[in-house]
Write a protein that binds this ligand. Structure first.
Ligand code: ATP
Length: 332
């Protein structure tokens, strides 16, 4: 069985192809970079329209397949920016109709996790999912049901969110800071680079129970920069503070779930410093750390194809193919 996945939730348009064994046969993507400021959804959608056929052609060539060889077309149904989601959904429907293929929609956040689980066979992980728009600590619902409230027992979803950001995602927070430091989008990699030679300046640290927040930290870091702090020090201090917040909460999640496995996925998983902090924490408590390679950390079509294949085996079809811009990982 060959599955084609289409990713288009935000800045990146991606086409991935996988087979039933989980071999990734192609994973082509192209990212819209705003000229200045943040993503303009309509502009990102225009970008996706421009690149979609080129990427499809490239992916099929790489996989040595034709459209006729495919068995299933999958698209990212949400969450994401509506104009971008529509491009991916419409392209999926067009391809499915022309070639008489089945089509299903998947949750983009579930796909970030499923690709992590494809490369790491885990039994009961705590999953740290940190991307641009999302930052959540997730675990398998059936495992959680054993240890927590009756409210959770009613849920049928595979994943339960046990901690999350109270404002923006970690990646978007890095990008917001980056804009004020005049760094190109996405700012995460550049901040990581600059942080390597920085020194610590004190910044606010916000953890509330199992949740964390970054907005005050972003504002404070920008103010420090405007008041004359070195860019390297601001980047280092921001990373150390924000990352300590999420490591603290992940450690608590490992502790109360009695899990010995931490899986780190999403675009921010490319960050070596946060990987290192997670590794130290896991080592200290006898847990194992797992992650994904950079090409599967950020948005990509391969993760959509794989998540779609898994969903297809259970559900066969998606009844409602409308886009779902605010679809949470813990909602049906
Ligand atoms: P979502 O997947 O939640 O819809 P998204 O599409 O923005 O959000 P991804 O493509 O998974 O997310 O990740 C992009 C984010 O990852 C950006 O915010 C970017 O700054 C961040 N990022 C990428 N590389 C690094 C890095 N090396 N260090 C820190 N952050 C990084």
């Amino acid at each position: 069985m060959f599955v084609l996945g289409i990713e288009s939730t935000a800045h990146t348009f991606g086409i991935g192809i996988c087979n039933e064994k989980g071999d990734i046969l192609a994973n082509e993507y192209n990212t819209y970079v705003p000229k200045s400021g943040g993503i303009i959804p309509a502009e990102a959608a225009k970008h996706h329209i421009k690149v979609k056929r080129i990427l499809l052609k490239k992916a099929l060539k790489k996989a040595k397949l034709s459209l006729a060889d495919l068995d299933l077309i999958v698209f990212s149904q949400g969450p994401g920016l509506s104009p971008c989601l529509v491009v991916g959904r419409d392209f999926a429907l067009e391809l499915a109709k022309k070639n008489k293929k089945s089509v299903i929609g998947v949750n983009h956040c579930v796909a970030h996790i499923e690709i992590g689980l494809l490369f790491n066979a885990l039994k009961n992980p705590i999953i740290g999912f940190f991307s641009g728009a999302n930052s959540q600590i997730v675990c398998f619902a059936p495992k959680y049901k054993k240890i927590n409230s009756t409210e959770m027992l009613k849920r049928k979803e595979k994943y339960i969110v046990i901690g999350e950001t109270l404002d923006s995602g970690l990646g978007n927070s890095l990008d917001k800071l980056g804009r004020q430091l005049n760094l190109p989008f996405p700012a995460g990699p550049k901040i990581e680079e600059l942080a390597k030679t920085g020194k610590y300046i004190e910044l606010p640290y916000t953890v509330k129970g199992m949740n964390f927040a970054f907005a005050g930290l972003v504002t404070s870091a920008i103010n420090k920069y405007k008041q004359g702090s070195k860019i390297e020090d601001v980047c280092f201090s921001f990373q150390e503070t924000a990352f300590a917040e999420v490591v603290e909460v992940c450690e608590r999640a490992l502790s109360f779930s009695k899990s010995k496995e931490l899986l780190f996925v999403g675009g921010v998983a490319a960050n070596q410093r946060l990987q290192q902090m997670f590794k130290i924490m896991c080592l200290e408590r006898g847990a194992k750390f797992y992650t994904v390679s950079k090409k599967f950390a950020g948005d990509n079509g391969a993760m959509i194809a794989w998540a779609g294949l898994k969903k297809f085996k259970k559900e066969r079809k998606t009844k409602n193919l409308d886009i779902r811009p605010t679809w949470r990982i813990d909602q049906k």
